[in-house]
Each structure stands twice: as C-alpha cells, then as structure tokens.
Design a protein around this ligand. Structure first.
Ligand code: ATP
Ligand code: MG
Length: 787
C-alpha cells in the first residue's frame, strides 16, 4: 500500500483500520453510537478508490436520509480531495428510482413514471376506497396506506396478502391494495414503497439485469443497517450475493444455497441499540442475524466512543440496559468525565422553553456557536413553545425534517380562516380554506365564485349567499350553501368579540375540521390534532397576555385578531429574515437526529405519555422507545440536558404530568446534584423572560417590568420564602424566593375586573372573576393587583 493510501488510515484505531482495509466479502461493523461507524464507512470508500481496487463509479453507498447521504458524499470528497462525481451515494429510495428510470419499461411502466409522495398516494387510495364502497371513517386512507405499505415492505404481493388475510379488516385492506396497485399502474405511477419493491421485482424477474448491476457495483456499503426492512435486505442480497434463483424455499430471506457466488462485497454498519423504525417494518433481525445469514462474514466491533464525554455515555449505557432484548455493548471514551448530565423539572412548557433558551444564551455567551446546539423532542407538536421562545430571544433556528410550527398546513389553514373572517377581501385566504376540510367545492367552483365576486366588485363572502348567481351547478350550490352557513356562524363569533382562543375553537368545531381528524386512524392526523391543540393553547395565552398588556400606539390601532395574525405571520417568516452569522439552533424529532452529533443537546418533553409516547406504552413497544431515547442521548458531545414539565397540554388543556420512566432509569452517578430533585418535588428556577414569550421584536418590554403594573408574582419575589413549593412554582421567576399569591386573595385585573384567587399551581394562577368567571392566567404575564 502506498503512502498516499496509507494516509487514510491515520486517525483510525485498530479495529477501524481492520474494517477499512477488509479484503472483500461480507463485513459487519456493529457498534454503539459515536464509535466511528460512519467514519469507517467513508474511509473505506476512499480506501477502495485510492488503492485502485475500484473506480468511484463502481461503489454504491446507501443510507437513510438525504441529509445523511449529502454528508457522506461530502466527507468522501474531503478525504479524496477531489470531485465525487460518478459515486453513487444515496438513500435506498433514490438508488432504486435511478435504476427504475432506466429499466421501468421491462415492468410495463414508461420511463417517465411519476413518483407519488405519501399525500398523493393517500389521495389515490381514497378514491379507490370510495369506489369500492369502503367506509372511509373506519378505513381511513392513512391507516389503510400504512397496512399496504407494510405488505409492500415485506414484499407481499396482493395474492400473498390475500392468503394471510384473516377477518373483515384485513380483507378490506387486501381489496384496497389490489385496487390501489391497479390504479398506480394505470397512472404510470409508483409510491415510495414501490421503488424498493419494483426494483426487487426487476432483479428477480430479469437475471441479466441483476447481473448487469451486480457487475456495475463491485462494492455495496450501507450505513444505519439496523433500520433496513425486508425489501431493502432483499435488494442488497440480489445485488451482492449468490444466485437468488436458488433461494432456500423454507426461509423467506434466509441463507442462500447458490451455485454462482456474487461478489459478496457487502459492508453494513449499524447499531442494534439504535433500531427505531420498527413501526415502518424495519427488521432488527437483519443486523442481529447477519452472521448467520453470511457465515463467512467478518465482524468488527468498535468499543471506543469518540463523540461524548463519560457522563453522557454512562447515562446512555445505563438507560439502554433496561432493554431486555438488547445485546450488551461496552463503550468507553477517553474524553474525560465532562459535565454531568442535567435533569430538570419545570412548571410548564413555557418555563421549560425559557429555561432551555436561557441555557442556549448562556452557552452562546461563552462562545459556543448556535450551530452546535440542538433541541430534540419526541413529536413535532413539542417544538411550538421552543420556537416561540427562540424567536422572542431573537435566536436563529431551523427545524430539520419537519415544518416549522406556524408553517404546518393545518396551522396555516386555521390562521387562514381567521385572516379571512377578519378580512373577507383576502382571496388567497379564501381560496385556501373554502374546501378545507373537503366539502365538495372544487377548483372550478372556486374559480367561478372568485370571478363572480370580481365582476361585481365585492368580496367572496358576499357572493356565498347567492351561489346560483355565480352560475354554479346544483351540487356545487348545495356545498357552497352549507359552507355559507358555517361562515355566518363564525362571523357572528367574530362580531361578538370572541376571544381568539374561542374563535379557533369555533373554527375547529363548526367546519368539522377537528371531527375529521379525530375520525382518522392515521398517526399523522393524530399529529395534526396535537398541533391544532397547541395552536389553541397559544391563542389562549395570547388572549390572556393581550388582555393584561398596557395600551400603546400599536395596540390602539390594531384589533387583537390583527395583532395575533401579525405575530403568527412573523413567527412563520422568522427564518427568512436573514443570515445568522453564528449558525442556527437545530430543532428536530429524535427520529431525524439519527447519525448526527452536537456539542449541546436538550431533550425536552421527557414525560410519560409524551416520551415514551402513549401509543407506544399502550402497544407495549417500550423497547423501541428506549432505543429512541438512546439515540437522543448519544447525539451529545459535551452538554446534555433533559427536561420535563409538570404541566403540559399536548392533547388539549394543560394536564399534570409525571416524569418519563426513562429519566428514572438514568444512573444517578451520571447526573448532577440538582437532578434527583427534578424527579421528586422540586422545580427548576426559571429565569424571567427578558422578552415577552408571545411577542416579537419587543425584547425587554412587554409582560414584566413597569412599576405600576407589576405582577403579583414579581412583587412576591422580594418577599422571601413565606410560601410552599406551589407558590414558588407560580413565580416563574427566581428559584428560592416565592410570590405572595395566596389562595382566596382578592385581586384586580385590567380587563376582567375583580376576583378571588382560586388556585396557585405551577406557573398558572386561576382567578374567579366576579364578572367573567374563572380564568387561567399565566404568572409573569398576568397583571394582577392586590385589592
Ligand atoms: P452513530 O451511531 O451515532 O451513527 P457512528 O458510530 O457512526 O455514530 P461517527 O459519527 O462515525 O460515529 O463518529 C463519531 C465522532 O467520532 C465523529 O465526530 C468522528 O469524526 C469521531 N471519530 C470516530 N473515530 C475516530 C478516531 N479514530 N479518532 C478521532 N475521532 C474519531
Ligand atoms: Mg453513524
């Protein structure tokens, strides 16, 4: 080996070198997080090229996300010091799409076949279900699509699925599968699962094609192998292994009894402890059984972790030990003990966000770049409070693999309703909501209504009452009439001066938006519901805060609904506002965090039912959830904090929460001295916001501050510790001091008048107002004066 290639082995430990220089044949690198698996894979690609064993174009490297693929390509380019053109680095799906673009005609598709994303697919499936007379309340397109997807990922044809179908539900799914597949072919279209399945088909039915690709790719390398599903496994087998026409008939995906060996140059790297896609048919056995499937495989285990300090590793190792079905691994690091892991309890999601943002500001103040910080969470709906707090603190952030909260379709729909109710001349908002949820008002009808309104010089609202005049057909007239009734009900609520929270509630109820999502079995719709409940909670806070804010010029000129819409527009637009020289904080779900690393990681929402997710608890899928937690903890290099909120309203009004069982499973030795307190009675002191949690561009102003309108909570801060922990929590302010909010006390509020304090709980004060009844007020925002 020449010096030029040997250079690639510098900065690798012994087992890593063994893997990089492996002669050929099946190779498994199985090792814990941060042990350099991805690094080994990139170095091996460079090694194969530099040692002249193969050309760049003869290597196929596969991973799971586009971000990871781009990262791989980049790293290989850096190592080789030249362009990586010709190298196939991509996701499984993109590789297959590329092959099928060339070969599709053999399968009866044209090369210009369309790829349906999951929305397209569900729309098509909906039509099929309708045409088959299926009850789409019970058989929602989302849930049926999941089932079909599972069949496809397990390479079950319609016939095979039919053989296994037991019961009415399964048979309906099989019928839908058959109809859906015919419809896809008729549309010259494939869904994502077809990309895998059709490529496998292609290789199985046309040995000469398989042979061609087998010769084209002399080496195949796979990252995150623990998350492969059976279709992907089969694809790899067909590309690398023995003649698949001699499959052992007793074992669907088992060892091959081939005569002509394939090149067998398959390298897979992964970590069984990070298998997190079981719900998408990934099969952890692929990695666990690799040695049985390929008895001649070389197996490399890596034990040194180069990413995290010891405390972080201890926390992660201690946690994963609670999985009964987990192979033991021993990870060590020589990066030193480092900072202990921190567990913190906060009164509610606002306090949690404020705490995280204050920590981010503190780290940034010490010179840490924002680009090295990540906030991770179990479900997307958890990002909202953090997004608001980051925006309020004028810190840049990006949401990876998801859409920023105020950009999510369902959130935008409700905001568009509000915008249109406020301003019926807003035709963009009108066009967005007129058929959402679907109410049989198609594009043609919308076009006619808009044209008619424009001819008359009136708003779309004004033509709704006489749809016949717009030249609509009977069915459309009926649909528009029903819509007009809903609109009138909503307009009345606006004119009556309802709070924004009540308006949001009315929109969700009157339009049937919520009912439609509730009837669905699609987990994505569950997420949408969570987001809408979050929006409702956000509006509720806005109402309270707005009611108690001081009047100023801006306030005088704008109605609350105007202000609300302006504020949310700014929140959804915040990332376009410019470049952030220090980078941006990364927000993402745990699933999207796989393979990545950050100096500082905040894992929020660690409450039972949130994480582990209630659905997983019910389904007994705790081990996969725990692996997900392991993935989260092991993203951190230096600082790791886990937070939970005593009250959170993810699925509706705020409710008491209990800490995640995963928090209790962390070994105490890895935690700092304040952490145990967070698992018992205490709450973390929350810095007072220097911004107004809900408002943009008013740093330092807003909710706290002026001497006249000081909150009780703030007043109490000076009084010392006369109260117990409930009162302390209500402070939302400095830790050991307590406010003098006392149950039974008489108070006055700017908008609601006088009333009695009913409860003081966490960060919320409930007051029973003489005129307005019970109201929840956020301590720190509510301006209450003792009477
Ligand atoms: P995950 O399971 O999270 O995907 P991984 O096993 O793929 O982790 P890598 O991302 O490859 O781990 O490596 C983790 C970190 O350790 C990276 O920053 C990498 O550059 C570094 N690293 C790996 N091996 C070495 C080494 N021998 N010397 C120095 N740094 C290393
Ligand atoms: Mg990796």
């Amino acid at each position: 080996v020449d010096a030029y290639a040997a250079e690639l082995l510098e900065g690798l430990n012994e087992p890593q070198r063994e893997a990089v220089t492996h002669e050929g044949g099946p190779l498994l690198v199985i090792a814990g997080a941060g042990s350099g698996k991805t690094r080994v894979l990139t170095h091996r690609v460079a090694w194969l090229v530099r040692t002249g064993q193969v050309g760049l174009g003869e290597i196929l490297a596969v991973t799971f996300t586009n971000k990871a693929a781009a990262e791989l390509r980049h790293r290989v380019g850096d190592l080789l010091g030249r362009s990586t053109r010709g190298l196939w680095v991509s996701t499984f799906h993109s590789s297959c799409a590329r092959i099928l673009r060339v070969e599709a005609e053999r399968l009866g598709y044209s090369r210009q076949f369309t790829i349906y994303d999951s929305d397209d697919a569900k729309r098509l499936l909906k039509r099929v279900l309708d045409s088959q007379g299926a009850d789409t309340k019970r058989f929602t397109p989302g849930s049926v699509h999941n089932r079909i997807s599972d069949h496809k990922n397990r390479l079950r044809s319609v016939e095979q699925a039919a053989e296994q179908a037991a019961g009415f539900y399964d048979r309906t799914v099989v019928d839908a599968y058959r109809g859906y597949q015919q419809a896809l072919v008729a549309n010259n279209a494939m869904d994502f699962d077809d990309l895998m399945g059709r490529t496998v088909d292609l290789f199985e039915r046309f040995p000469e094609v398989r042979e061609r690709y087998r010769n084209a790719f002399k080496h195949v390398l796979v990252d995150e192998y623990q998350d492969t599903n059976p279709a992907q496994y089969r694809f790899l087998q067909l590309l690398c292994m023995d003649d698949p026409m001699h499959l052992d008939p007793d074992d669907e995906f088992g060892p091959l009894a081939g005569e002509e060996p394939g090149h067998r140059n398959l390298m897979v790297v992964g970590d069984d402890a990070q298998s997190i896609y079981g719900f998408r048919s990934a099969d952890i056995r692929n990695i666990l059984d690799f040695e049985d499937d390929f008895p001649d495989a070389k197996v490399v285990r890596l034990e040194q972790n180069y990413r995290s300090t010891q405390h972080i590793l201890d926390a992660a190792n201690g946690l994963i030990e609670h999985n009964a079905n987990q192979r033991k691994k021993h990870l060590w690091t020589d990066l030193g003990a480092g900072d202990p892991v921190r567990v913190r309890a906060l009164p509610d999601d606002h306090a949690e966000s404020r705490w995280v943002v204050a920590e981010i500001e503190r780290l940034a103040g010490e010179g840490a770049p924002l680009g090295e910080m990540a906030v991770l969470y179990r479900t997307n709906a958890l990002s909202r409070a953090i997004e608001t707090a980051l925006t309020g603190a004028e810190l840049g952030y990006q949401v990876i693999g998801g859409v920023r909260f105020f950009d999510r379709a369902e959130v935008k729909d409700v905001l568009a309703y509000l915008a249109w109710l406020l301003n019926p001349a807003n035709t963009v908002a009108f066009a967005r909501i007129v058929n959402r949820p679907k109410r049989g008002i198609g594009d043609t009808t919308v076009g006619r209504l808009l044209a008619h309104a424009s001819t008359l010089g009136v708003t779309p609202l004004q033509v709704l009452d006489d749809p016949a005049a717009a030249g609509l057909k009977t069915a459309a007239i009926r649909s528009v009439g029903a819509f007009a009734e809903q609109v009138h009900e909503l307009r009345e609520a606006v004119l009556a001066g309802s709070t924004i929270a009540d308006l949001v509630e009315a929109i969700l109820r009157v339009t049937g938006y919520r009912a439609e999502l509730e009837a669905s079995n699609d987990p994505q719709d569950e997420g949408r519901l969570e987001n809408l409940e979050q929006l409702h909670a956000y509006a509720d806070e806005f109402d309270h805060e707005d009611a108690s804010a001081e009047p100023d010029d801006e306030r005088a000129s704008l109605r609350p609904l105007d202000r609300f819409l302006q504020q949310t527009a700014l929140l959804s637009d915040a990332d376009q506002k410019g470049d952030h020289p220090d980078g941006t904080v990364t927000l993402m779900t745990l699933h999207n965090a796989k393979g990545l690393e950050f100096d500082s990681v905040f894992l929020i929402g660690c409450e039972d039912g949130v994480f582990p997710h209630s659905r997983a608890i019910d389904a007994g899928e705790l081990e996969e959830e725990r692996r997900l937690a392991y993935v989260g903890l092991t993203r951190a290099r230096r600082h790791l904090s886990l937070t939970w909120a005593r009250r959170r309203g993810l699925y509706g009004p705020p409710q008491s929460q209990v800490p995640s069982r995963f928090l209790r499973e962390l070994p105490v030795e890895a935690l700092d001295e304040s952490s145990p307190e967070a698992l018992s009675g205490g709450v973390q002191a929350v810095p007072r916001p220097r911004y107004d949690a809900g408002r943009i561009g008013r740093v330092g102003g807003g909710g706290g501050g002026s001497t006249s309108g000081r909150t009780l909570a703030e007043l109490g801060l000076r009084r010392g510790s006369e109260l117990g922990s409930a009162g302390r929590a209500a402070a939302g302010g400095a830790g050991d001091e307590a406010p003098d909010v006392v149950v039974g006390q008489r108070v006055r509020h700017g908008k609601f008048g006088e009333g009695d304090v009913v409860t003081v709980d966490d960060n919320v004060i409930v007051v029973d107002f003489d005129e307005h009844g019970e109201r929840r007020l956020i301590a720190g925002f509510a301006r209450l004066e003792p009477v």
